[in-house]
Write a protein that binds this ligand. Structure first.
Ligand SMILES: Cc1cc2nc3c(=O)[nH]c(=O)nc-3n(C[C@H](O)[C@H](O)[C@H](O)COP(=O)(O)O)c2cc1C
Length: 174
């Protein structure tokens, strides 16, 4: 996939559709050390916080990826063309604890430009992020009681904000 650097101001994306219809890959760890993991995410946001471009993701503590998000200071968020729907399905239903699901999904991890966490060669958008804030979801603050139905196991998400320090994408994103 041919991607070029894109400034936050020039980024054109229907991010709400990318989240809800396709999902993205959240990857944390250290590519050079060969220690990283990825999983599909469908809930999150992108915007401006503290005057900086940011991405927000939510990770349940039961995910293997959670261990990487805790250990490392960076993560990437990658979007893919429709042709990779099956790969996102695999990476969102199997755990990296149980084997090399990235190889199984047929994706190729690649070095990022500014952060240790890798992206993927097949991605059409890669957002490199440096963690800047986290907070655990507090069920006492659910104003809509139906939200609780998402947490039968009480595994409330940890929310991470990452500063988007580098963005690269195909022409469709400019
Ligand atoms: C479309 C889709 C969206 C998902 N979104 C999230 C999410 O936002 N947060 C989360 O914690 N898990 C989410 N998951 C579940 C994880 O991707 C899944 O549990 C994965 O197998 C975890 O892998 P890991 O154990 O290797 O980290 C999603 C799964 C799918 C299929």
């Amino acid at each position: 996939m041919t991607r070029k650097p894109i400034s936050f101001e020039d980024l054109r994306t229907n991010i709400h559709l990318t989240w809800s219809k396709q999902g993205m890959l959240l990857t944390s760890g250290d590519f050079a050390a060969g220690h990283f993991n990825t999983m599909t995410v469908g809930w999150g946001s992108m915007g401006v916080m503290w005057g900086r471009p940011f991405v927000q993701v939510v990770v349940r503590p039961t995910r293997y990826t959670y261990e990487f998000m805790e250990q490392y200071e960076s993560f990437t968020l990658c979007a893919f063309p429709e042709t990779h729907r099956q790969a996102l399905q695999i990476l969102g239903t199997r755990s990296g604890r149980d084997g090399d699901k990235i190889a199984e999904a047929g994706l190729t991890p690649i070095a990022s430009t500014l952060v240790p966490a890798p992206g993927f060669a097949e991605a059409d958008l890669i957002v490199e992020c440096r963690k800047m804030y986290w907070q655990d979801m507090d069920p006492a603050h659910f104003l809509d009681p139906t939200i609780e139905t998402h947490y039968a196991k009480k595994d409330y998400h940890r929310i991470y904000f990452g500063e988007a320090v580098a963005i690269s994408g195909t022409k469709a994103y400019v």
